[in-house]
Design a protein. Structure first.
Length: 97
C-alpha cells in the first residue's frame, strides 16, 4: 500500500509538472507575440513624437508664421473670446466661462 501511494504521488507530480510547464510555455509565447506586435508601434510612436516636437516647437511655429503668414496673424487675449450659440434660429453671443 505504501509503495502504491509513493508511485501514485510521483505520477501525480509528473502530471502536474507537465501541465504547469505547458501552460507556462503558452503564456511565454503570448508574451513574446505581444512584444513583437508592440515593437513597430513603439517605433511609429517615437517617430510621431519626434515629428510633433520638431514641428510644434515655438521656434518652428515662429518660422512658419514668418514664412507663410507674415503679418496675417495677430495675438489675441483669451478673455476677449466670445462663444456663439444658435438657439431657436437666434444667435446668442456670450463670454466663455
Amino acid at each position: 500500500m505504501k509503495k502504491f501511494l509513493i508511485i501514485l504521488s510521483i505520477f501525480f507530480l509528473i502530471i502536474v509538472t507537465t501541465i504547469t510547464k505547458n501552460s507556462t510555455k503558452e503564456i511565454e509565447n503570448k508574451i513574446f507575440n505581444i512584444k513583437e506586435n508592440i515593437l513597430p508601434l513603439k517605433y511609429k510612436y517615437e517617430l510621431v513624437l519626434l515629428d510633433y516636437n520638431y514641428l510644434s516647437s515655438p521656434q518652428k511655429l515662429m518660422e512658419y508664421q514668418a514664412t507663410y503668414f507674415e503679418d496675417d496673424l495677430i495675438p489675441l487675449i483669451i478673455t476677449d473670446l466670445k462663444k456663439i450659440e444658435d438657439k431657436n434660429d437666434k444667435l446668442i453671443i456670450s463670454n466663455f466661462k
